[in-house]
Design a protein around this ligand. Structure first.
Ligand SMILES: [Cu+2]
Length: 286
């Protein structure tokens, strides 16, 4: 019986090797595509405040650094794996105690960590600085809503869950926020500000925001704080300085002042008694 002709030597080997290479390349490629990572934001957005932009740039530089270091590490690993594959039974030549190399791989990571630390410190100092300003908002979080009080004015806004009360602030102005909580730990978070801060009972957290464009931005509580945590929404409306002044003035008529006072007292009493408030005073002006 005639034996079938064998394929030329090397051909199946080569195609098998190619298949393996393609499979090995597909894996990191799929990971990269499926991670949904976007360039140049690396999944983040610049936001609309001074500090949101510096946080965004810090994130960008960290990501670029991670890509370079990660890529270099993978290349070095692949090079070592491919170049020093097992070629026989003998133990390969050993190269330990290579002093210059050991110094490099000790010093370089330390320099990288110092670089990351310094960059973080610069941005963090910007985040926590509280320049002098006339616009102050006392923000109080409670289960499950927000109260915005503008000291020195008659303005008061508060609302719960889906009422999504609006904190109105002027554009291109430093706005000083005094943040606290009535009951449990809440989180003040506005995505467009790339900013989050604890609202703690008995502690006043202070920070300054400076929005660069007018619009209404979505905010929410980011600390699991009880039954209606997932509905603890608010909005930040950034308006021009003259619109802000007009809005503040809408609180000056006597009936509004009386209504706001009464609402504030009712809320305070309800919060003190631990009864979930059904009261609201969501006057948004205009
Ligand atoms: Cu909360």
């Amino acid at each position: 019986m005639p034996t079938p002709a064998l394929p030329p030597q090397g051909a199946p080997d080569r195609s098998r090797r190619w298949r393996r290479v393609r499979r090995a390349a597909a894996l990191p490629l799929a990971a990269l595509v499926l991670s949904g990572c976007t360039v140049p934001g690396f999944g983040a957005s610049p936001g609309v405040t001074d500090s949101s932009k510096s946080v965004f740039h810090l994130w960008q530089w960290f990501s670029i650094g991670a890509v370079i270091i990660g890529g270099l590490t993978v290349l070095l690993m692949l090079w070592a794996v491919l170049k020093y594959r097992r070629k026989g039974e003998s133990i390969p030549e050993q190269h330990q105690y290579h002093l210059p190399l050991e110094v490099i791989y000790t010093v370089v990571p330390i320099l990288i960590v110092f670089g990351l630390f310094a960059a973080t410190l610069v941005v963090e100092n910007k985040e926590t600085s509280n320049p002098k300003t006339n616009v102050i908002v006392n923000v109080n979080a409670f289960q499950w809503g927000w109260q915005f009080l503008y000291p020195g004015t008659n303005a008061l806004v508060y609302g719960q869950t889906t009422q999504s009360p609006i904190m109105e602030i002027p554009v291109n102005t430093n706005v000083h926020i005094n943040l606290t909580s009535t009951d449990v730990i809440h989180g003040f978070y506005v995505h467009a500000f790339n900013f989050s801060r604890y609202a703690l009972p008995g502690v006043e957290n202070q920070f300054t925001i400076r929005a660069q464009s007018t619009n209404t931005f979505f905010g929410q509580c980011t600390q699991l704080c009880g039954l209606y945590h997932s509905l603890m929404f608010f909005r930040v409306k950034v308006v021009t300085s003259s619109e802000y002044a007009q809005w503040l003035a809408t609180f000056n008529n006597p009936s509004d002042i009386a209504a706001a006072d009464a609402a504030l007292k009712t809320t305070a009493a309800e919060l003190a008694s631990g009864v979930a408030s059904k009261n609201s005073y969501t006057k948004f002006g205009r």
